[in-house]
Design a protein around this ligand. Structure first.
Ligand code: ADP
Ligand code: AMP
Length: 220
């Protein structure tokens, strides 16, 4: 199964991606996670990406497309993948389509998690992440068992620098101008499915499974 997850920042893509990846046994590929790992390791890619991410802007297409092509060329993607946060521009979507068609493959679904703007700010400013293992929480909607500590590894959880209110507003503008056109792009290719992301996390997951079907080996 080859899936892309669409939706504004804070829609719940990363949260749902972890469950989808477990349920359907396909790798979860988050370009945001790849950039953050490179930033923490201070690689040349991380140093370049940070300049854009801290301002709430997109990392340039050429750089991002190359990273995704490399990742999709790894063996674990042979049986499928779940892309979270990519594509974010029409150019990225076209590059993905070309890459897959050069391998005789295509996407099964572009799954949009639709969340109105009113919900987003509270979700993003309340998000906390574990700097060690990447687990994600929300101070109100999905708090860890012990306040401020990661459930999985016990590390102190932090707020992402780009989740501060002023950067969130910039990221939402970038979404509207550069990423939202992907909804029509995938609709015109008859690949778009939509779930409403305003319900509780487990209910959103249930709606997603209803769309993706029951094959847990990722074969459909
Ligand atoms: P994205 O990957 O789309 O940017 P996340 O999955 O990180 O979004 O979710 C953003 C924040 O909203 C996180 O703090 C997460 O815990 C919280 N969240 C995700 N889904 C829901 C939901 N259905 N209801 C309430 N809060 C949610
Ligand atoms: P995310 O974790 O998906 O919220 O991404 C965090 C940030 O990484 C974004 O605000 C962008 O600056 C950058 N980023 C992630 N994915 C992409 C992409 N596909 N294209 C360009 N920039 C990206």
């Amino acid at each position: 199964m080859r899936i892309v997850l669409l939706g504004p920042p804070g829609a719940g893509k990363g949260t749902q991606a972890k469950s989808i990846s477990n349920r359907y046994s396909i790798p979860h590929i988050s370009t945001g996670d790849i950039f953050r790992k490179n930033i923490s390791e201070q690689t040349p890619l991380g140093i370049e990406a940070k300049k854009h991410i801290d301002k709430g802007h997109l990392v340039p297409d050429d750089l991002t497309i190359d990273i995704v092509k490399d990742r999709l060329s790894q063996r674990d993607c042979d049986k499928g993948f779940l892309l979270d946060g990519f594509p974010r521009t029409v150019r990225q979507a076209e590059a993905l389509e070309e890459f897959l068609s050069s391998k005789g493959k295509k996407l099964n679904t572009a799954l949009l998690i639709d969340v109105p703007r009113d919900f987003i700010l509270e979700r993003m400013t309340g998000r906390r992440v574990c700097p060690a293992c990447g687990a994600s929480y929300h101070i109100k909607f999905n708090p860890p068992a012990i306040e401020g500590r990661c459930d999985l590894c016990g590390t102190d959880i932090i707020q992402r620098k780009d989740d501060k209110e002023s950067t969130v507003k910039e990221r939402l503008d970038v979404y509207d101008s550069q990423t939202q056109p992907l909804i029509d792009y995938y609709k015109s290719k008859d690949l778009l499915s939509v779930v409403y992301g305003t319900k509780a996390i487990n209910e959103v997951f249930e709606s997603i499974c209803n769309i993706l079907g029951s094959d847990r080996n990722g074969n459909n």
